[in-house]
Design a protein around this ligand. Sequence first.
Ligand code: SF4
Length: 197
Amino acid sequence: MPDTPPSPADAPAAVSAKLRLATVWLAGCSGCHMSFLDLDEFLFDLAERAEVVFSPVASDLKAFPENVDLCLVEGAVANVDNLELALTLRQHSRMVVSFGDCAVTANVPGLRNLLTGPEAVLERGYVELADSGAQLPHAPGIVPELLEKVLPLHEVIPVDLYLPGCPPSAERIRAAIEPLLHGQPPRMEGASMLRFG
Ligand code: SF4
């Protein structure tokens, strides 16, 4: 992990080469990624300026790459796989954006924190509510272990920018990332950029 993560003021410098862009899906519903795809024609502009080097919507790469300029992270941190990926992406990304309310606050996945730990969650989901075949999932190395609590991203790694919304609208996503593509920090001000939900 870098000693001092860059701030939005240290947005990726104006790029001559393409900016290396990653998007990551942790514990979320993929709605934030769907909103990203709603960028429509701006996706063509994005493709001119950025190379998508890791994303659930653009590649099936399993290993997070090195030297990423900008990484959008959807979802909270709910299990050991989420945690490992969050630590890895921080290590290899200059700017990390907490992308959507689940990443920013834990939001919907965080509702399970109302129960007392992962055992209670699994018991409720797989035994108490089962119509048939009640059984706790147990497959070490295949089914990732749940963390004790679901955490927002910034409780696990430093983040450089918060982009709230459930999901953030395509307009808001564009307003946040377009300046970054030009080496400028976005203006994260007002309800149009900062309202949750
Ligand atoms: S913030 Fe909303 S849209 Fe995005 S992953 Fe969470 S629940 Fe889905």
